[in-house]
Design a binder for this molecule. Sequence first.
Ligand code: PEP
Length: 220
Amino acid sequence: MIIAGNWKMFRGPDPHALAGLDAIVAPPFTRLRDCVDAGLTTYAQNVHWEADGAYTGEISAPMLLELGVTGSLVGHSERRLYFGETDETVALRTRAALDAGLRVIACVGETLAEREANETEDVLRRQLSVLEPHPHLVLAYEPVWAIGTGLTATPEMAQDAHAFIKSLLDAPVLYGGSVKPDNAAGLLAQPDVDGALVGGASLDVDSFKAICQTAARIRS
Ligand code: PEP
């Protein structure tokens, strides 16, 4: 069971308050070193496919590795929605990061309009078609309509989507979308839900710890 906290563009909690927790944190770039120094398994929120070059605002896998960072998120829906991330750039970032020795959590998921148009499976098939299995690749199913909205997929919806994803690509699949201490147990109990990618609730130490404790209880 993998629990990962995406701090997005928030400063986030004191990393020392999370010391010893069996979880991944993905803070903004300026806090990577603090998290690494606190002994946390630390991921970036994005990674470029070139090792260096004229790519203002980007960061490369070797630079992250030099800091002691373990992995990176790739293709978060906020990157796709606001920063022009495409399936092709997701593939480039994922491949380069894995080749360089980083672990990757690659995010997929449909919008509300796509779900309502019955296109969820088509969207997932398209987003996954550019990715290949790799021992260090984990997927996150994050229905866009459930991210930061307080709406959550039901455990059954998550299970269905995860089973479909696994039928296309052999990798652990985390669920993301308004995971909170009070809904984590139902989601994490599903057989094909291998963990959670937590946004808002990861900014609160007690909430994040409670989700990690729920995961540990279900695993044992
Ligand atoms: C996320 O940022 O990946 C996420 C799932 O956010 P939230 O938990 O706030 O919906």
